[in-house]
Ligand binder design. Sequence first.
Ligand SMILES: CC(C)(COP(=O)(O)OP(=O)(O)OC[C@H]1O[C@@H](n2cnc3c(N)ncnc32)[C@H](O)[C@@H]1OP(=O)(O)O)[C@@H](O)C(=O)NCCC(=O)NCCS
Length: 171
Amino acid sequence: MPNETSIRHVEQGDLPALLAIYNYYVRETPVTFDIEPRTLARRQQWLDGFAPAGRYQCFVAVKDGEAVGWASSHRYKDRAAYDTTVASSIYLAPQACGLGLGRRLYATLFDALKNEKIHRVVVGITQPNPASVGLHLAFGFELVGTYREVGWKFGRFWDVGTYLKSTRDES
Ligand SMILES: CC(C)(COP(=O)(O)OP(=O)(O)OC[C@H]1O[C@@H](n2cnc3c(N)ncnc32)[C@H](O)[C@@H]1OP(=O)(O)O)[C@@H](O)C(=O)NCCC(=O)NCCS
């Protein structure tokens, strides 16, 4: 699959496929702490937050004309002093996991962001998630702390590890 799969910026037409991927993880896993599936309208707001340049970008992996996953950067917090920090997100359809696409998506995203004024990238990972932890460590993220039992889903509490990546922009 990886060689037949291309990576490009997200487009409007990708939204239904990306929504279906996200809602799979909402329904079936603790990876996201959303509990109710997102609507298309709500996910549209998410899509509208990205641009082809700047700090907040989204790339998709496309196979046979359909998006099978994305990697994106988002505003971390509203207050302006946080502008040099972004949060990242990466999700692949279950059948697209473990094939190197996560690595390709993040490589493309971080390359696109390399000239932006970004000093830190933050991600929260519900524990356990060895694939996500492995990918983030491979891209230079470091564990800065674990929030114990901050999520309640599927009848139990979940820990979230916060991981931080330093970028080349040290100004
Ligand atoms: C997490 C996720 C994005 C990783 O993408 P992927 O395409 O499966 O990962 P890749 O095949 O590109 O692997 C990249 C690296 O991640 C690490 N990795 C991947 N799967 C792993 C696993 N099961 N265990 C440990 N490390 C793993 C390895 O370091 C790997 O590099 P290597 O193949 O050179 O050893 C993907 O599995 C996914 O979408 N999972 C479900 C949703 C999710 O958990 N999203 C993250 C939320 S924080």
